[in-house]
Design a protein around this ligand. Structure first.
Ligand SMILES: C[S@@+](CC[C@H](N)C(=O)[O-])C[C@H]1O[C@@H](n2cnc3c(N)ncnc32)[C@H](O)[C@@H]1O
Length: 209
């Protein structure tokens, strides 16, 4: 993904993201669900159907993938254009308000949904937020999940200055989640898109308490 800006405070602003969608500057958008999610759902390790919240869902590729597999999907994003694109994907597939739902809201203001989800999905949302909010992100994921619920995540392991996307590594992710979550799957995918090859980590974590 090309460098967008180095100003961490900007990424907390809806207008920053909305403007990128409106001007079609969305280099994170793969035009499809990330292949490791599809591979996972077709594997013997796939999770059973349930309710899944997709944080920072963007234009909704993962939302559609999971909805087509029969999950009840709630796409969450604060940018109106992202929500509109996700809703359109659900509508085109005949799944909107059947098992595809959208919530246009700040992901750090979702108290009404606490304990609601069997699963939370992470894909290039963690690396998009201000790095100083990462601990809050981990608490938000925990609070949104039922006890025993799972975080299904594809982490983009970046080493760079500035962002978004902002750098992270495996040890930071372990540190953020190790107190409240069990790591069930830790996997280096071999089917990442070309410019993310060897830079992604796929994990499934279970909320333990
Ligand atoms: C890099 S994009 C990733 C989109 C999508 N997950 C994907 O992989 O294509 C980050 C998304 O997170 C959303 N976002 C960033 N901060 C957010 C927040 N605090 N609450 C809700 N959405 C947020 C942005 O609007 C944007 O759609």
């Amino acid at each position: 993904m090309p460098q967008l800006t180095s100003d961490t405070s900007r990424v907390e602003n809806i207008d920053f993201w909305e403007n990128l969608y409106r001007t079609n500057v969305t280099p994170w958008d793969l035009g499809q669900a990330a292949p490791p999610f599809r591979t996972f759902l077709d594997s013997p390790y796939a999770i059973p159907r349930g309710t899944i919240g997709v944080l920072g869902c963007g234009s909704g590729h993962e939302c559609l993938l999971f909805a087509e597999k029969g999950f009840e999907v709630v796409g969450i994003d604060f940018a109106p254009s992202a929500i509109a694109a996700t809703q359109k994907k659900f509508e085109d597939a005949g799944l909107f308000k059947k098992n595809g739902f959208v919530v246009q809201r700040d992901m750090f203001d979702l108290h009404h949904l606490y304990g609601r989800f069997d699963y939370i999905l992470e894909h290039t949302c963690f690396c998009a937020i201000d790095p100083s909010k990462r601990r809050t992100y981990s608490y938000t994921v925990k609070d949104l999940l039922k006890v025993g619920g799972k975080l299904v995540a594809l982490w983009w392991l970046l080493e760079k200055r500035g962002g978004p996307p902002f750098s992270t590594d495996q040890s930071e992710i372990f540190d953020l989640f190790k107190n409240d979550f069990r790591f069930d799957i830790i996997h280096r995918p071999n089917d990442s898109v070309a410019d993310r090859q060897n830079k992604e980590l796929f994990t499934v974590l279970t909320r333990m308490k």
